[in-house]
Design a protein around this ligand. Sequence first.
Ligand code: SAM
Length: 317
Amino acid sequence: MVIKKLQDNVIQNANVTEFALSYDSVKYHTWYDNLNYLINVSTETFNDDSLVMDYSCGTGIFSEKLNLYNCTPHIVMMDASLKYLRLAYEKFKDNPKYSFRLLDLKKGIEESLVDNLEGKLDGIVSTNAIHLYPTIDETIKSWNGLLKKGGKLLINSGNINNPKMKTPSSFLIDQTVNQIFNLSIEIVKNNNVYAQYRDKLYDIDYFEKYVELKDRYFLPIRNIDYYTDSLHKNGFVVKEIKTIDIKANVKEWFDFLNVYDEGILGWIGGVKKVTGEIATLTDIQNRLDIMEEALNIIFDNKNHFNASWNYIICEKI
Ligand SMILES: C[S@@+](CC[C@H](N)C(=O)[O-])C[C@H]1O[C@@H](n2cnc3c(N)ncnc32)[C@H](O)[C@@H]1O
């Protein structure tokens, strides 16, 4: 089934941005091997005629890798970010098997789709995104509506806690953000280079605002039951749950995190929209230096760490 390219104009008129290109470079990071298991499952599950949605497709890294394994179903790429979707469009616009849909979070999935895909999809893939959805039941319910009976739902995330399966020495990637935040307090207390920030540690109102800011950027980590309960409730049978340790390079993880210096360590120098201060270039450099130092403490100066990734393979009943 070929899906019409209804929204091409909206997407085409946007520019390819540095922001999206910067995210896209994570595909070269070791921790992006997290996609491999779902690529294996997809090659076994989908064929050239399948119709699959890459939900929260971002810049299209999953589909790009899938094609390398000669798995070429029809793909509807959907994302809430025009910037990311624009780059995905750039990659696949000349391929007739791809179509693109911008997700308007206020309208929801069905209305954003423009065309009616109810009961038409053979599969939905959601990689590295489910932990970001604020209304999980609604999303899973909508996915159910779009899939055919027996349609497959493939999910992964590095930010789901699976206490029964997680190896003791592995990390959930966003857990490192909380550790960086906590360590930043000790680093500022102990290193005179950062003495100018010490007063802020005793300004509870100020500090709480930056804890909230961090928690808005990096949502609290949930247990796997939160997701599987919602899947069961909304018409899916969970076929497989798998937890894999993915080797992550610490430097690459730092490179990824440093674009979020404001969200992680906004309290260093302040953020205008939060407490009115405008961080100087020195403040920003200090945030990066503290982040790097904290990562070295967390990972004991090692070059790599194990990141725990969870995979949930389901089928529509
Ligand atoms: C970390 S990226 C993952 C992108 C891609 N799936 C991948 O694995 O490279 C997370 C994606 O989720 C999207 N996203 C964020 N909040 C969302 C929401 N509430 N509903 C749907 N997608 C969302 C973002 O726009 C972004 O493209």
